[in-house]
Write a protein that binds this ligand. Structure first.
Ligand code: CAA
Length: 284
């Protein structure tokens, strides 16, 4: 099965990173969002990211221009009608995702594979509501998508081998390494990574060490490319809290309880880089 025309639902951090990666790797991409403003912001982020890749000599100016020429944006979800694959990267809200999948099932040809970039919701539930359960699969990318080499390919209980194999091949074509994971809360990476971040927030909350020292400890003592608090700011504190809540509720295990400081930061609107303030300050 050849997947050449790709749709991306959502122009946020993950959506625009996925759209950029697909366009750079030669695929025809349409990125959809519900309003023009997120699409404009998404395109600005893509151009900045491509600029950096040119600056680092990872791609040429011709690659940059070809990628932008292969990438279109729209606010109309009906534009997905000719896509071989649609990757949904909308908000992590089950009702929104179910609504998107129901619409896509009506709009797209029968052969279209519907993938979701969900970081922790039940893929099996999304597949069940989709109307085409065997052609639904998880493609979980990592932030920043253009730089991170992994894609978790998640099989819902209903995902067919044909669908799974097509997505595994596609992930390789995107220059990523696919890892096969069964549907389970947090899959592999978030189940380990986000509790580690939460533990770093507990260490800060308990006054055991300063943010800079916690991050330095993990960079220098465990060879992590970023400290856990800087990473939380990059992922978004709201996303970290969301993942902790899902792990806590789904496993019913107190080891996944979110740190009170993480909840307070989210309540205060200190969500990390995207709001200019998290565990660190950004910009101005
Ligand atoms: N496109 C997008 N972002 C880019 C980029 C590009 N082409 N090049 C660099 N960046 C970003 C980085 O976030 C960072 O921001 P600022 O400079 O604006 O402050 C910066 O650009 C770092 O630039 P560098 O040139 O120093 O980049 P680097 O080569 O040192 O690598 C990194 C940066 C890849 C992010 C590295 O630090 C790293 O691997 N960090 C860990 C990332 C990680 O763990 N990601 C997984 C998060 S979990 C997740 O995504 C799943 C989920 O569901 C929550």
């Amino acid at each position: 099965m050849t997947l050449q025309n790709i749709g991306v639902i959502g122009a946020g951090t993950m959506g625009n990173g996925i759209a950029q990666t697909c366009a750079l790797c030669g695929f025809d991409v349409v990125m959809q969002d519900i309003a023009q403003a997120p699409l404009d912001n998404g395109m600005k982020t893509i151009q900045k990211s491509l600029d950096r890749l040119v600056g680092k000599e990872k791609i040429s100016t011709a690659d940059y221009e070809a990628a932008l020429a292969r990438l279109k944006t729209t606010t109309d979800i009906n534009a997905m009608e000719d896509r071989d694959l649609v990757i949904e990267a909308a908000s992590e809200n089950i009702e929104i995702k179910l609504g998107v999948f129901t619409q896509l099932n009506k709009i797209c040809p029968d052969s279209t594979i519907l993938a979701t970039n969900t970081s922790s919701l039940s893929l099996t539930r999304i597949a069940a509501a989709s109307g085409r359960a065997d052609r639904v699969v998880g493609m979980h990318f990592f932030n920043p998508v253009p730089l991170m080499a992994l894609v978790e390919v998640i099989r819902a209980l209903q995902t067919s081998d044909k669908t799974y194999n097509a997505i595994e091949t596609l992930a390789n074509s995107l220059g990523k390494t696919p890892v096969s994971v069964k549907d389970s809360p947090g899959f592999v990476v978030n189940r380990m990574l986000v509790p580690m971040i939460n533990e770093a927030v507990f260490i800060l909350y308990e006054g055991l060490a300063q943010a800079e020292d916690i991050d330095a400890a993990m960079k220098l003592g465990a060879a992590h490319p970023m400290g856990p608090l800087a990473l939380a700011d990059m992922i978004g504190l709201d996303v970290c809290l969301w993942v902790m809540n899902v792990l806590h509720e789904e496993f019913g295990d107190s080891k996944f309880r979110p740190c009170p400081l993480l909840k307070q930061m989210v309540d205060a609107g200190y969500l990390g880089r995207k709001t200019g303030r998290g565990f660190y300050q950004y910009g101005g």
